[in-house]
Design a protein around this ligand. Structure first.
Ligand SMILES: Cc1cc2nc3c(=O)[nH]c(=O)nc-3n(C[C@H](O)[C@H](O)[C@H](O)COP(=O)(O)O)c2cc1C
Length: 286
């Protein structure tokens, strides 16, 4: 799947991603009302990954419903709408409108590390997380995916909270809270000061999170974080993911989905497996 936030909101870019071989698309996170993001600089390229604090800019769900409807006429893979808000009511209102517009599933962004009063601030708070998932659950019958933050002491506890509140699947993980400083100006580079790190740097952390969650949680886990080739994908399946999302790597290559799928197919064939299911969680034998 395409991970949330990488290709924005337009039907045209989603079509490109579908042509590039993605099995599903997650939209950038959308809220009840439009939101302007942060001022530049919003992205910094580090040696091993991308640091961003875009600030969740989005047109608001009312205007985005048109794009959902249009996208559904162009692509034939599931369209998962990622949503965020500041209250349970915000989340449930947006989920309802996205569902009515034709979303195939809803992903709850309760893990963005760089916007106050939403994202990770919700995902780190079991009471708030429960309230939001329960309320969204009453407004949509579509599969509900909860995207978890790695910026917590124990991700498994929060995964269990999400399952108990009614999540159908979990995405692990969103970006890691991080910082870049310019030695010349002697100041933080991002206008928001701190941002979220993605790309190869976070892969081992994401793998560990998926592995930890899979030890106790039985609903599907979607692995995400630093996946850029088929070997990375296989590692996530072995850790216990039943699907994967790709974000930063898409910025360099829109066809990365095809390349990874081919590599995974070859790996399975060479090792005489009939499907991915047969390798999910195998790393837990040790
Ligand atoms: C520029 C940028 C924007 C992002 N926007 C969102 C977003 O709107 N909602 C969300 O849940 N995650 C967002 N993410 C996080 C990604 O979906 C993903 O969880 C993270 O980047 C790790 O995967 P990757 O290493 O494959 O990029 C964003 C990431 C980047 C780099």
């Amino acid at each position: 799947m395409l991970a949330s936030g990488i290709m924005g909101y337009s039907a045209e870019s989603f079509t490109q991603i579908a042509k590039g071989g993605a099995g599903a698309i997650v939209t950038k996170s959308v809220s009840t009302t439009p939101r302007t993001g942060y001022t530049n600089p919003i992205v910094v390229q580090t040696n091993t990954g991308l640091l961003n604090a875009v600030g969740l800019p989005n047109p608001g769900i009312d205007s985005f419903t048109q794009e959902i409807k249009y996208t559904k006429t162009l692509i034939h893979i599931p369209l998962i709408v990622s949503i965020f808000g500041y209250t349970a009511k915000d989340y449930s209102t947006t989920a309802k409108k996205a569902t009515e517009a034709g979303a195939d599933a809803i992903e709850l962004n309760v893990s963005c590390p760089h916007v106050k009063q939403t994202g990770a601030e919700i995902g780190q708070n079991p009471k708030l997380l429960t309230e939001i998932i329960q309320q969204v659950r009453t407004t949509t019958k579509k599969p509900l995916i909860v995207k978890l933050s790695p910026n917590v002491t124990n991700i498994t506890t929060l995964a269990q909270t999400a399952v108990d509140a009614g999540a159908d699947a979990l995405t692990a993980i969103n970006t890691l809270k991080a910082l870049a400083i310019d030695s010349e100006t002697q100041l933080p580079i991002l206008s928001n000061i701190k941002g979220g790190l993605s790309g190869p740097a976070i892969k081992p952390v994401a793998l560990r999170c998926v592995y930890d969650i899979a030890e106790t949680i039985k609903i599907p886990i979607i692995g995400c974080g630093g996946i850029s080739n088929w070997q990375d994908a296989i590692e996530f399946f072995l850790a216990g993911a039943t699907a994967i999302q790709i974000g930063t790597a898409v910025a360099n290559d829109m066809n990365v989905f095809q390349t990874i799928t081919k590599g995974v197919d070859t790996y399975l064939r060479q090792k005489h497996y009939r499907s991915i299911e047969e390798i999910v969680g195998l790393a837990h034998r040790k």
